[in-house]
Structures are given as C-alpha cells and as structure tokens.
Ligand binder design. Structure first.
Ligand code: PMP
Length: 424
C-alpha cells in the first residue's frame, strides 16, 4: 500500500472518538474463551422467551437456530460483527475481489450499506467541505451530506457511468481556483461513486473507466467511497473489477449490501477498507447502536454455511438473470410507447432506467400532480441531482417490482401524460 496519511481524511470530530471499555471486553469475551468474566453487561438468555427458530428456504431446506446458537443469535456481540460471519465475509470478499494487500484491510458489518456510507461520510467530512459525487446521485448519499452543508462537486456521467474526463476537468478547475486564491478553496478529499447498475442512471462502469478513475484519485490523493449494492446485478458478460480489487494504494472504502440479493429487511451490509478507517467507523458504531442485529447476522451466516460459496453464487446468478429479464421487458414497453417522446440508455445493471423526456423542460409538476392523479408514480429526476432546485427533464423508473402488465400500462400512461404536457 502507498504510504497514505489517513489522518488527512479523518475529520477532527471523528478523531476524538475513543473506545468504550465495555465493548472492548465484549470483543475479548469472544476471542478468549477460558476466563471467568464478571465484566460483561450481557443479559442471561434463560430469561428470553425463544426456544427455537426455524426458517424454511425456497429450495426445501431448513435453517434451525436452537441451543447455543440461538443464544448467540439473541445476544450482544462485538461491534465488528458476529465473528463467524465476519470470517465468512472476509473469505467472500477476498475470493470475489482479490484486493491487493489484504493484510492492511479490515471489514465491519453495518446496518445495510446505507449505514456504512453515512458513517464514512460522517468520519471524513467537515462542514462546508467539498466532495466529488457522481451526477445524477443516489439520494441516500445526498441526504447524508446535507447536514454538513457539503459542497457537492458534480461529475457528470455518460452511458458508462461517471466520466473520467469530466472528473479531471472538475479537479483541474478546482486546483486552478485553489492555487489562484492562495489555498482559499479546499481540494476535495472524497469521491463518491456507484459503479455498477447505478441508482438512478442504470449505468455500469467498464473496467477501463474504473482504472482511469482510480488512477486520477491516486494522483489527487482522494479517498474513494465505492457504493456497490448492485454489484451482483450487472448485465455484462464479465464481472467488472471493483475499485477495491484495483486498490493497490489503500484508498478505497467499499460498501457491500445483501439487500438486493437476500433481503433488504435483514439490513445486512459491510464496509471494507484500510484498517485505520474501519477502526474509526467501529468506534462510531460503538457509540450509536453497539452492533448490527445479531439475529440477522446469524441467519446470514447459517445461509452462507448451508449453501456454500458455489450455491451462493448460483443464487446471485439467478438474481442477475431475473433483473435482466425485467430490464428487457421494461425496455420493450418503452420502445412501444415512449419512442420519440423520450430517450434512455438501456440499463446495464441494477433496477432503474433513467429517462430523458423531450419537449418538457421540467417534469416535477407533470409527475407529482397529473401523474399521481392518473395513478402512476415515477421519481422526478430532481431527487438525484447535485442541485435539485434546477429544472430537470429526467425521470427514474424502477423495473424491480411492478408486474409486467403494470409496467406496460405505466409506460403507456406516461406517454399519454407527456403528450398532454406538450399541449399545455
Ligand atoms: N446505495 C445505493 C446506490 C442504493 O440504491 C441503496 C438502496 N436504495 C443503498 C446504497 C442502501 O442499501 P442498503 O442500506 O439497503 O444496503
């Protein structure tokens, strides 16, 4: 790894975090088995009303939690996560991404990837600081940045995701201002990117683009926040490399999620990154929710064990094909109804299509008043723009849940709506 000074990325408030002794002892209790501990504030499981939990899987098998394992699932655990699951996730991450210099990295279980994103931003950013963001941008990131009054430096995308050339332009522009005004402008330290099946644009960055962006970040000393919940939902022939897998320098914080492939209700995510950064996020979790749900983690771990790597990967393949088929039928409906009225890039991953409407300068009222009255809901593109106050003629449509007939009807009604809007 390069000799990165991580204190440059860690904000003063985050650097003041200190470990809670009680949490440290819980960690020790898991690691060292043969001590008599009167230290932990763990309730005694005999008082809990649960005897046995059984979950039937769609493949006909059953996950059963009872005895010691049920007790473990109902108990406090170390902040990093349920130790057997942490081990499994490490093996999984190594196998899938093969990150260079694994010994310098750590991972930590979070309440979905959203939690990892918000804790990481909280860790790094101070009020008013700039951050480079993919534009259009996932709303969940934008709302994390709001309270910090962060200065969003939008980097526009093309059909392959964030544009490397635009990223250089934004950085060079910034550097010129920084130099001309004697350091009065701050250089961005962070880049937020959603490389696969991006929300809302549906783009997936090819390998070359990822490498270009990674190299630019090395040049400008930028920490990359790789938000990749749709990484197993791309529709390309080959898996594009993650930023983590390219990270020879130790400047990637990667957010993973099982929300889209196992269950969003389990709230299972994890963040992988340089040890020093992960340690700080761990301190933050110690002071917020102690650790994410043990029950969810034990269920996930049991599923991993029951299936093994190959069956898990088969499931991911099933998910990928499911969404690809839905993408196809959605794009067919759009071809039938929206041709000439709108344009779009066929999504290469995820569950959204980003639609540009012709002849309407701002879609907000059209969707939020007349659209809702017609019985169709789409998200106006404003929600994803670095500057949501500007007029916007983009729409985000999701193809994940509505039945094919409903998708067809929605596209037909959208076409009607746009035609009516043209006449207003
Ligand atoms: N990032 C992106 C781009 C998303 O679309 C979502 C879910 N909408 C998340 C993060 C958060 O996912 P979760 O917290 O469920 O893992």
């Amino acid at each position: 790894m390069a000799n990165i000074d991580y204190s440059y990325f860690i904000s003063p408030h985050a650097s003041r975090r200190r470990p809670a002794l009680t949490r440290e002892l819980t960690k020790r209790a898991y690691a060292v088995k043969d001590t008599i501990s009167l230290a932990e504030g763990m309730p005694n499981e005999v008082t809990f009303p649960f005897e046995k939990m059984q979950i039937s899987l769609k493949d006909g098998s059953t996950l059963t939690l009872q005895g010691q394992q049920l007790n473990a699932a109902l108990q406090y655990i170390p902040t990093q996560g349920y130790p057997p699951l942490v081990k499994t996730l490490k093996e999984f991450t190594q196998r899938v991404h093969q990150p260079p210099n694994w010994q310098d990295r750590e991972l930590l279980v979070t309440n979905g990837s959203q939690d990892g994103i918000s804790k990481s931003i909280e860790l790094c950013i101070q009020e008013g600081e700039p951050i480079l963001v993919q534009n259009p941008l996932y709303t969940g990131t934008e709302i994390v940045l709001k309270p910090y009054k962060a200065e969003l430096l939008p980097v526009d995308h093309d059909e392959f995701g964030m544009s490397a050339q635009k990223l250089v332009n934004v950085l060079e522009d910034r550097k010129a201002k920084y130099t001309e005004e004697g350091g009065g402008w701050k250089m961005p330290k962070l880049l937020y990117v959603n490389p696969t099946g991006s929300n809302p644009a549906g783009t997936t960055m090819p390998a070359e683009r990822r490498k270009e962006i990674y190299n630019i970040c090395c040049k400008y000393n930028i920490l990359i926040l790789e938000d990749d919940p749709y990484c197993f939902m791309h529709f390309l022939d080959e898996n594009p490399p993650s930023f983590l897998s390219l990270d020879t320098e130790g400047r990637v914080l990667r957010f993973d999620s099982l929300s889209k492939v196992l269950s969003s209700g389990l709230r299972m995510g994890w963040v992988t990154g340089p040890k020093q950064i992960i340690a700080n996020i761990e301190l933050h979790i110690q002071s917020s929710y102690l650790h994410s749900s043990t029950l969810s983690q034990v269920i996930t771990e049991n599923l991993f064990q029951a299936w093994g790597y190959d069956k898990f990967m088969e499931h991911l393949d099933f998910v990928r094909k499911y969404y690809r088929a839905r993408r196809d039928l959605t794009v067919d409906s759009m071809e039938r109804h929206l041709k000439g009225l709108c344009e779009w890039t066929v999504p290469t991953g995820g569950m959204f299509v980003w639609i540009k409407v012709h002849g309407v300068s701002d879609v907000y009222d059209m969707l939020m008043s007349r659209g809702l009255k017609k019985g169709i809901t789409f998200v106006p593109g404003h929600a994803f723009m670095a500057d949501p106050t500007k007029a916007c003629n983009y729409i985000r449509a999701s193809y994940s849940k509505a039945a094919p007939k409903q998708i067809e009807k929605a596209m037909k009604l959208l076409a009607e709506l746009i035609r009516e809007e043209h006449l207003l």
